[in-house]
Design a protein around this ligand. Structure first.
Ligand code: OOG
Ligand code: NI
Length: 465
């Protein structure tokens, strides 16, 4: 039996995987390399212009890795692909957090995000993968549904070696460095692009007219990574500069408007590229065609909101979208931006108000031990300790995703002309059955982080008394 000490830590396997994925995607999609350079430039400039931000990030984040990928996304076709993917990600310390029903937004998938969730793991490498499972049950045409099912049934998206290594990691509790390197190489194959479609052009057209996403999942041998997403410190600036670099941004930035106190997640992407694909042909050989699926995205994150904060966010977003639903061609982008800004005037924009009203999650630390101990001894409440400045708080960063934003990202990269409608039918049970485990509830997770930090403060103040 090998000793655990000789295993490569899961966090390091994830770092290697994320780096390998980035290198592969830059080669496959050169425009993504252009986006990465632009993000790095804007981040450098933002840091140079904001010494205070620079100092703060130096403490909490690693500046040399600030522009690295934060997430990517794939779309799977079968329940067993999802459960094997779950096992593959577990080898890298990534676990399913959150359930996102996209049917509500006209996209026939439901999703989770595989991600590291403890603070230490996130700071070593935060890379996560937004993973969707196609919902064949939402295809109305029974014949097409069966054709799609039969084609998906035939594929094997994992290499035999990757599956062996997953089993080995599970059995032994980890992988040695050599195996880990091989595992990353083998797993990477699953995320590769295949320009040789596994369907003929006629079937592709039928799948495509049921929904572009169905064509994207069913027509290929594997779940090609469809985007990667570095972190930007100034999303508005990158959005503005994209056209100058010859890349076309989607019409609007998803999520909340620009604010003094950032909340949740803002994201935007450059539009997916049309790429050459060879379709099967009756008889033999192949015929040339094209497919549009792959793009590049950027993200900027803010504080995680409580259910109360999230409800307010959802309501205000809904109001803005009612006043100006962003058109795909960008024709009303300015109207949408101002509708968003007006609606969000009703979302408090100081940390103090966000905290007092219970809209966001924070971690707490003892700032003035002497004052804190004295106040605590006289029976003051925790809130009073915070108000008095004895205890300080830091916003907890939102590490998850947003269904309306995700739908906006999906839509603008699937061609915006024909947004189909599906009746909303969340089905977390079926999803979790396919996955093989339950997803972690993101709200409970943030609440737990907050609760633990409060307990630590109280313990410290009691001990000092
Ligand atoms: C995933 C879209 C969701 C995000 O950042 O919200 C997403 C996809 O297009 O497959 O990645
Ligand atoms: Ni994304």
């Amino acid at each position: 039996m090998v000793s655990k000490d000789s295993f490569l830590p899961a966090d390091e396997i994830r770092s290697a995987f994320s780096a390998a994925m980035s290198a592969m995607y830059r080669t496959e999609v050169p425009a993504y390399g252009t986006l990465l350079s632009l993000v790095a430039e804007v981040n450098q400039r933002t840091l140079a212009e904001n010494p205070e931000l620079r100092e703060r990030l130096e403490v909490t984040d690693s500046l040399d890795r600030i522009s690295e990928e934060r997430h990517g996304a794939i779309r799977l076709g079968r329940a067993d692909e999802l459960s094997m993917m779950r096992r593959a990600f577990a080898v890298m310390g990534m676990f399913p957090v959150g359930y996102y029903d996209l049917s509500e937004a006209g996209v026939p998938v439901h999703s989770t995000a595989f991600r590291p969730f403890d603070g230490a793991a996130l700071s070593i490498n935060p890379f996560r993968v937004f993973t969707s499972l196609l919902r064949l049950d939402l295809i109305e045409d029974a014949e097409l549904r069966e054709d799609a099912r039969a084609i998906l049934e035939r594929r094997q998206i994992f290499t035999p070696r990757a599956m062996e290594l997953i089993e080995k990691a599970e059995a032994g509790g980890g992988l040695e460095a050599d195996d880990a390197t091989l595992f990353v190489t083998e797993l990477l194959e699953t995320f590769q692009w295949h320009s040789q479609a596994s369907v003929d052009h006629q079937l592709y057209r039928r799948l495509h007219s049921a929904h572009r996403l169905i064509a994207d999942v069913v027509s290929f041998r594997g779940p090609h990574i469809n985007h990667l997403t570095p972190r930007t410190l100034d999303i508005d600036e990158v959005q503005r500069l994209m056209p100058e670099r010859g890349i076309v941004p989607k019409a609007v930035i998803e999520g909340p408007p620009s604010r003094a106190c950032p909340i949740l997640l803002r994201q935007t992407s450059f539009k997916a590229l049309e790429e050459p694909v060879a379709f099967l042909q009756q008889g033999s050989g192949r015929v040339a065609g094209s497919h549009t699926a792959r793009f590049g995205e950027i993200e900027q994150r803010g504080v995680a909101l409580t259910p109360k904060g999230r409800k307010l966010y959802d309501r205000l977003l809904g109001e803005a979208r009612k006043n100006a639903r962003p058109a795909a061609d960008g024709s009303n982008a300015a109207d949408y931006r101002s509708a968003l800004e007006i609606a969000f005037l009703n979302f408090p924009d100081t940390w103090d108000e966000i905290r007092r009203q219970g809209l966001g999650y924070f971690t707490y630390r003892v700032e003035e031990p002497v004052l804190g101990t004295a106040l605590h001894a006289t029976g003051k409440s925790f809130d009073e300790l915070v108000e008095a400045g004895a205890v300080a708080c830091d916003p907890i960063v939102y590490e998850d995703f947003l269904p309306v934003s995700a739908a906006g990202i999906f839509q603008s990269n699937l061609g915006d002309d024909d947004a189909q409608e599906f009746s909303p039918s969340p089905n977390q049970r079926t999803f979790e059955e396919a996955l093989g485990v339950n997803v972690l509830n993101e709200f409970e997770h943030y609440a737990e982080l907050e609760r633990r930090s409060i307990e630590r403060c109280l313990l410290r103040l009691s001990a000092a008394a």
